[in-house]
Design a protein around this ligand. Structure first.
Ligand SMILES: [Zn+2]
Length: 323
């Protein structure tokens, strides 16, 4: 086998809600070297230095020869300016990440939403090969989506055509989202949302349970909710049942909007708790969608889906808009 030409390599960055993942990879989706760090997004200057260091750690001596850098970033973007306009889980506001990194590395930087890069990876090297109508849903700290309709990656005027986590699923707006909006999907069932849903449901819950006590006295995180539900605590099971109902209805909205053949699910929360998160969505979705229900499966790319897509996005418009 021929050794890979180092100029055929690229660097991918996945900036989710909590972690930055960086990797040196190739256009077949092979990862050669990777690094991960908790996101240091207290201020933009510290963040860009951290990002620059991670890129150099994975690229090593071959940074000068890589094809480019692809970024999949959570938050509201302005793709024409290569900027992150608003990122609910960090302090980044109107931040020109592409030009900052281009001046530091001398490499062309291509920015997309993290779930847009994930659906790109799904289409090119994952479960969506040969599939023209495909949705990827990432359920992690927040909820994001990447959408391909009729073989085209949907982007919109600024690159935010798929901000599905901020879709309003509760018209009474009973729970506030990290973005400041009310009633948004991710405020109820994401890693940051589930604890808020548990506190909301605790107010009117008539029976007693050890976990209900815990919710009233402290602030359990999403992992503790899943742990309690796995231990059959009645209240924790109830919280996840309500969350599954919300997820199923939100997925039905996606099916009716985009008419996909396939929906793949990724994101840290869903991948770590797949037996509790995914089967109820597949089971309940057909009852709620007007359109014919698609196949719903966990992404075979695992938590690497956005990172792999960022590596592929670095190869340019042919790899992004022409999927
Ligand atoms: Zn929101």
């Amino acid at each position: 086998m021929e050794p890979l030409d180092s100029r055929d390599r690229s660097v991918g960055i996945d900036m989710g809600g909590s972690w930055i993942r960086a990797a040196l990879g190739d256009r077949n989706g092979k990862i050669i070297r990777r690094a991960v760090a908790p996101m240091d997004a207290g201020d933009a200057d510290a963040f860009i230095k951290q990002l620059d260091a991670l890129i150099r750690r994975v690229a090593g001596d071959s940074l000068g020869e890589v094809t480019g850098i692809g970024i999949g970033a959570a938050g509201r973007l302005d793709l024409k300016r290569g900027a992150i306009m608003f990122s609910p889980h960090t302090c980044l506001r109107d931040f020109g990440i592409a030009s900052e990194l281009e001046s530091r590395t001398g490499k062309e930087v291509r920015l997309l939403n993290d779930c847009a890069t994930a659906v790109l990876a799904e289409r090119l090297i994952g479960a969506g090969r040969g599939c023209d109508n495909l949705v990827y849903v990432g359920i992690g700290t927040g909820i994001g989506g990447g959408i391909i309709v009729d073989g085209r990656l949907i982007l919109g005027k600024d690159g935010n055509a798929h901000e599905i986590g901020h879709m309003i699923i509760d018209i009474d707006g009973r729970i506030a989202c990290e973005c400041g909006g009310l009633g948004h999907w991710e405020a109820y069932t994401s890693g940051s949302g589930l604890p808020k849903l548990a506190r909301h449901l605790a107010e009117g819950y008539a029976e007693e349970s050890p976990f209900l006590d815990c919710v009233r006295k402290c602030r359990p995180n999403a992992k503790e909710i899943f742990d309690a539900a796995a231990g059959k605590d009645r209240f924790a099971v109830h919280v996840l049942d309500v969350a599954s109902e919300i997820n199923s209805k939100a997925f039905a909205n996606l099916v009716d909007l985009y008419d996909p053949e396939l929906i793949t699910i990724g994101g840290g929360l869903a991948m770590k708790n797949r037996d509790l998160v995914m089967p109820p969505i597949s089971e309940r979705l057909p009852a709620y969608s007007f359109n014919r229900a698609p196949r719903v499966i966990p992404t075979p790319l695992g938590e690497d889906a956005p990172l792999l897509g960022a590596i592929l996005a670095a190869y340019g418009p042919a790899g992004t808009h022409g999927v």
